[in-house]
Design a protein around this ligand. Structure first.
Ligand SMILES: [Zn+2]
Length: 242
């Protein structure tokens, strides 16, 4: 796969004690040139970017730290820049409309290579919104995690969890790996990843939903059986990875 090499000045040195163990997926919506200017101004950037025609560019060498994750948490680890490779996908709809097949194919090729090279565990293939749920939405609801899992990238529950657990929603989210300091943000991040069809994409609906989220969370288990079941399925699947 041809990879265009860019000379990107924003990176850090890897700590030899911190092994590469996460793959973080992002998306951005600004036109690429404009977006590159913005990243440059902010002093950030990914390791790789894939445009919507499937062209891959490399900003930062894998042996260096790229500034893509920011404040982040996953399964007890913080500051995921130090232990991750970051891939940005250009998506003019900001991940609200399907990613083109040619872009996903390029992503699968690149991600598969990285996962094999560093033995990245499937539960550590995450979206930016999974590791920073109160700050980030990307790669948003259109990123096809189920299809990706079928193609060997990340995890998707195939089985229904057998026993109905009486654990709280917050406990299940925590077991999966989320930072639950803001429970509603964590729940919405979970839904963007595992139940994207249930997440409203326009901001008015999100605001409305977030306003009602404490009530919404309280109802889970009684009225929202599908969400509760999915939480349990994923929690069981991710617990088995330990
Ligand atoms: Zn991001």
């Amino acid at each position: 796969m041809p990879i265009k090499q860019l000379k990107w000045p924003h990176f850090g040195e890897r700590d030899p004690h911190k092994k590469i163990s996460h793959l973080v997926v992002h998306c951005f919506a600004f036109p690429i040139k404009k977006n590159l200017k913005l990243w440059d101004k902010l002093g950030v950037g990914p390791h790789y970017m894939i445009d919507n025609k499937g062209n891959v560019s490399q900003f930062v060498g894998e042996n260096r730290v790229a500034w893509h994750a920011g404040k982040s948490f996953w399964r007890g680890n913080t500051g995921l820049n130090a232990t991750s490779i970051g891939i940005e996908l250009y998506s003019p709809s900001f991940g609200q409309k399907p990613y083109p097949k040619v872009q996903l194919d390029a992503f699968v090729k690149l991600a598969t290579k990285i996962i094999k090279k560093y033995h990245i565990r499937p539960e550590n293939v995450v979206g930016h919104s999974d590791i920073a749920p109160s700050r980030k939405l990307d790669p948003n609801v259109a990123f096809p995690w189920e299809e990706m899992a079928e193609r060997g990238i990340g995890l998707w529950p195939k089985k229904q969890a057998k026993r109905k657990s009486l654990k709280r929603t917050k406990t299940l989210l925590k077991e999966i790996g989320y930072d639950v300091a803001d429970e509603r943000a964590a729940l919405l991040a979970f839904m963007r990843h595992f139940m994207p069809e249930r997440v409203p994409v326009d901001h008015a609906s999100i605001d409305k939903m977030e306003g009602n989220l404490p009530k919404f969370i309280a109802k889970i288990g009684k009225k929202d059986k599908d969400l509760r079941q999915m939480l349990e399925n994923v929690a069981v699947l991710y617990a088995h990875q330990r």
